[in-house]
Write a protein that binds this ligand. Structure first.
Ligand SMILES: Cc1cc2nc3c(=O)[nH]c(=O)nc-3n(C[C@H](O)[C@H](O)[C@H](O)COP(=O)(O)OP(=O)(O)OC[C@H]3O[C@@H](n4cnc5c(N)ncnc54)[C@H](O)[C@@H]3O)c2cc1C
Length: 497
């Protein structure tokens, strides 16, 4: 058993862990970051992301501070809107049915913009997310859904920059090291027991930051906590987030918190691999363009309002809706009027897709859908569409259906112009909502809401932020805000201990 010593040890190798490591190092602490994955697969789910960040901003001047190269031409063709702290808090409340921990919500929102600037100071570059967060509609881009910026290079660009910054900050990074248990003495946390190539090692530390993800990649825990059927979900991202950090903290008396039966889960390529693959076309699974079409189940029936809200506010709960359908699958249907709006992933190899010139032919090609049920759904839907309302993908256009048992409230174009395309989807899990309880300084709390001395947490394994649903691009922002706070606090604590 080797004995290495650091002021702060950070567990995890994604965005939250890297922000924590950087912030602790900036406090003058000696820092080690332990990544379970081998170096070539480092970066956790953060690396799989599109790199979107949800932050407060007040329009073009704020965006220009973050994207200094923004050209006059870009400014002229863009409406960035504004996203106030009140908008952000309202979204978090509404989306989580007001279960979100209000102190965590305030901390996330009030620190969002400043933390984006902090990341910029550490080498992360940001760009406006044209195409994903604003459609080109009649030559203009109007940003919808509260998100404007993403990290240059997406998730992999983000973590690359963060690892670079960690190196310049003198952070010791170790790969292939799996944290297994927290060492606790009378005065609090004293380090970690880790596994390296199956052998145990102790690493001493004055403070530990847990930032090693949720339990989405643990098939057994998924069925245990999320419920029956969740063992069959596909993992969109990393295979390494199996709940270790949560378990280790619970083992020493941490409090479980948040919605343990809840998860961020989306409609995802039905026959995707069990896990994401950072080296492959992992993004090929995205099926996020459903607001412009319909989704039907095996009976050919619709089961959600595809146009209830912008994609950012519905996609994270519709994976569960798909999972709950007979057989756990669905099909997304589009006609030629909206094919130009489909995200690039629909065109990538590996899509389970059929195409036809008539709806009858399409129905026959979707072999596991009841054709009669499907054709009736389309007939009823087309008859219910408000044809006189103009379609606009950048706003909630109110182009709705009227009189259906389940109306579509926006973007309800008829499905009548060939060619028709249909894509089969299953449930893809992104991350789990339940986890540990922290305070606004990132301390992990015990059952009496008392901090466990020397133990901090950030990122996906923090409970209390998301319930039932999630507003798009809040995950990286939360990981950065709470990672930075946890690292700063851990760094200070370790020096004073
Ligand atoms: C396909 C996809 C797209 C997404 N797009 C976006 C987006 O655009 N914007 C957004 O905000 N969010 C997005 N998300 C969600 C986002 O990925 C998460 O909210 C965020 O990355 C979580 O960061 P994290 O640091 O907590 O976890 P992760 O980035 O998953 O990092 C966890 C780390 O812990 C390591 N680890 C696990 N167990 C151990 C252990 N025992 N010991 C040591 N290390 C361990 C893992 O290897 C990993 O490096 C997306 C997710 C996916 C899968």
């Amino acid at each position: 058993m080797e004995n290495l010593a650091f002021d702060v040890v950070v567990v995890g190798g994604g965005n939250a862990a890297l922000c924590a490591a950087l912030a602790a190092a900036e406090k003058g602490a000696s820092v080690a970051l332990l990544e379970r994955a081998p170096e070539e697969k480092r970066g956790g789910n953060s690396r799989f992301t599109g790199g979107g960040f949800r932050m407060v901003h007040h329009g073009v001047q704020d965006i220009k501070r973050i994207v200094p190269d923004l050209s006059d031409a870009d400014i002229a063709r863009s409406d960035f809107g504004e996203y106030t702290a009140e908008n952000y808090l309202d979204d978090l409340g509404r989306i989580t049915q007001y279960y979100i921990d209000p102190d965590l919500a305030e901390t996330l929102v009030r620190n969002s913009t400043e933390t984006v600037h902090w990341l910029m100071g550490r080498g992360v570059k940001f760009l406006p997310n044209y195409g994903r967060q604003a459609y080109n509609h009649e030559g203009r881009f109007k940003f919808f859904g509260g998100v404007v910026i993403y990290a240059n290079g997406g998730g992999s660009g983000l973590v690359e920059s963060e690892y670079k910054a960690a190196a310049t900050h003198g952070v010791t990074v170790r790969y292939g090291v799996r944290a297994a248990a927290i060492l606790r003495g009378k005065g609090g946390v004293e380090g970690l027991r880790v596994l390296v190539d199956g052998a145990e090692e102790n690493i001493r530390a004055r403070a530990v930051v847990l930032a090693c993800g949720g339990f989405e990649s643990n098939r057994e825990w998924r069925s245990r906590y999320l419920g029956p059927g969740w063992d069959m979900a596909k993992v969109r991202g990393t295979r390494y987030n199996t709940g270790d950090g949560i378990r280790m903290a619970l083992d020493i008396g941490a409090q479980s918190y948040g919605q343990w039966s809840g998860a961020h889960a989306v409609a995802w390529e039905r026959y995707a691999n069990d896990f994401g693959d950072v080296d492959g076309q992992h993004s090929a699974g995205y099926r996020h363009s459903y607001p412009f079409g319909l989704m039907v189940n095996a009976n050919g029936e619709r089961f959600v309002d595809e146009g209830a809200d912008f994609r950012n506010y519905t996609y994270a709960k519709y994976g569960r809706a798909v999972l709950e359908q007979p057989g756990g699958y669905a099909w997304q249907i589009f006609d030629s009027q909206v094919l130009y709006l489909l995200r690039d992933e629909y065109k990538m190899r590996g899509a389970t897709k059929v195409r036809a010139d008539t709806l009858e032919e399409l129905a026959n090609k979707m072999q596991d859908v009841n054709p009669a049920g499907f054709l009736k759904t389309i007939r009823d839907y087309n008859a219910a569409v408000k044809r006189d309302v103009k379609f606009d993908p950048n706003v909630k256009d109110g182009k709705a259906t009227v009189g259906l048992a389940l109306d579509k409230m926006n973007w309800a174009n008829t499905i009548e112009k060939p060619p028709f395309e249909a894509y089969s989807v299953g449930c893809g899990i992104t991350f789990t909502f339940g986890g540990l309880k922290i305070d606004t300084c990132g301390h992990v709390l015990d059952i009496e809401d008392t901090p466990i001395p020397g133990l901090y947490a950030a990122g996906e394994l923090v409970g209390g932020l998301f319930y039932f649903n999630y507003p798009g691009s809040a995950g990286l922002m939360a990981g950065a805000v709470f990672g930075r706070i946890a690292g700063r606090e851990a760094g200070t604590f370790a020096q004073e201990r």
